[in-house]
Design a protein around this ligand. Sequence first.
Ligand SMILES: [Zn+2]
Length: 379
Amino acid sequence: MESLCVIEELIGYETVSRDSNLPLIDFVQNFLYDHGVDSRRVPSADGRKSNLVATVGPEVSGGIVLSGHTDVVPVDGQDWSSDPFALNRRDDRWYGRGSCDMKGFIGIALSLVPQMNALRKPIHFALSYDEEVGCLGAPDMIEVIRDELPEPMGVIVGEPTGMAAVTAHKGIVGLRTTVRGYEAHSSQTHRGVSAVMTAARLVGHLERVADDLAVSTPADNGFEPHATSVHVGVIHGGTALNIISGQCEFTWDIRNIPGDDPQLLIDSFEAFCKREVLPGMRARHEACSIDTEILARCPAFDDSGSSILGLVQSLSGRADSYKVAYTAEAGQYQGAGFPTVLCGPGSIDQAHQPDEYIEASEVQAGERFLRTLLAELSS
Ligand SMILES: [Zn+2]
């Protein structure tokens, strides 16, 4: 089975996180079934999406979990040179949404199922949904893996690392802050409370918090950027130039290095709102408020002593290892007690971009890596 055929099929399913991934899951389940492999769905609460778990080979301990997320980020507003949901070759690159993040890895792994007939230790597939919106899908599946599968030796999360071993990633908390002010004619600034200007003050505060963290965090810790970061991505507020705005909301994230507790930052932000900002607002209008809700939370990952690091390095033929600033499901696997390493084909530099691609040489490197793993588990 040619891996590019499977990658092409996977990319054809428009599994943007906001949409259902069930057509893709149907395909994978049928594909595995056709090769004699039973799989099991671990669905979302509303049934619109599903994880998929499958074991290839004997039901014994000591296998390897190959983990990948089936969802992709949107292409809205991005300028693509070809259909993002069709695999397209130009030069030595394969273009398509998810080609590197991370349908390339999943496609390569699935394409090797026909060659997994002599395994003495199993390969477990663990395919999740909603990774791109805060790693929401994986926890239920990880529970099933922990409670119901024979204990694996470890987990390889195939995020695009250029086939280097990655032993740490940052965590993330996504938040939404809603400011309610008081509307009045904009000539009467003494009567109203501007939600937009209050939100701007809070955003400025968060920027100072981020700057302080960058200064106070030791720079040579292997992360780039080295410190826990705070970033506001979206802001909406107000209705007209001449109306003091009644409402403004902004969404923001904290991307914490291992060891930094994001809850401390959230608590300190809440305290700033309560002590420094709200009293002035409420002195003018009692109903003013600032509310912050948590949208998603995914733990940091730090497993530099992972018991499968040596295996992954020998499979990839590379002795180096790295830390990355993005967040993946590795922290959740580690939290459930699994030795974990990130390693997969493609570069994170191309992920989430218009004209996302994977180098043909990376597909080959991924094939080599997984073939060597099969040989290892078959001996
Ligand atoms: Zn990814």
